[in-house]
Design a protein around this ligand. Structure first.
Ligand code: MN
Length: 185
């Protein structure tokens, strides 16, 4: 039975993205498009393809779907200031009988990721308040390798986080130089 309260009809597969973000601390923002927004969790240690490893995932505020493409630097003084990388991106399919939104409401969502780095079946389980666990389920894509260490770069640009920081600094410097140039009579 489909009992969507929202008029929004979600079609699957939908977007998922994992953004590696060095704000106050390095973490991975895990985001699933649900009913037109990116439901988001901050995963301090990043996802692990090892079913024996349960990664803390703290629910954070929803983001607009367009944010899935953002790679660059959040400026000083803004919330989360620091470099953001599109670490993995692709689509996901919920493994649910009802809606993904209802499963999240109930504190457990199983889904299959079709990413460039993350694949196969995963589950998000709420433990208490905004704390969830992100766990790989056993299937052919399960592995004990340390994927965040083995594949540290962007799937969009192949850049590292420090290269993204340098790019943004270079851009700001050239913009500054341009403005200084313009102000010279
Ligand atoms: Mn973040």
């Amino acid at each position: 039975m489909n009992e969507h309260k929202s008029h929004f009809r979600q079609t699957f597969p939908s977007v998922f993205v994992v953004q590696k973000h060095h704000g106050r601390n390095l973490h991975y923002d895990f985001r699933l498009a649900v009913n037109g927004v990116l439901k988001s969790w901050a995963v301090p240690k990043g996802p692990s393809p090892d079913p024996a490893v349960k990664r803390l995932a703290v629910a954070v505020e929803d983001h607009p779907v367009e944010y899935a493409d953002f790679e660059g630097t959040i400026p000083e003084g803004q919330y989360g200031a620091g470099p953001v990388m599109v670490w993995d991106r692709g689509t996901y399919t919920p493994e649910v009988s009802g809606s993904a939104a209802a499963s999240l409401e109930n504190g457990e969502l199983k889904f299959v990721l079709h990413g460039q780095k993350l694949r196969g079946s995963w589950v998000l389980v709420r433990t208490r308040n905004s704390n969830w666990l992100l766990i790989k389920r056993r299937d052919a894509f399960a592995s004990s390798e340390d994927i965040t260490r083995l594949e540290p770069r962007s799937v969009l640009s192949d850049r590292s986080l420090s290269e993204i920081t340098k790019m943004s600094e270079a851009k700001m410097t050239s913009r500054g130089a341009e403005e200084r140039g313009r102000s010279i009579p």
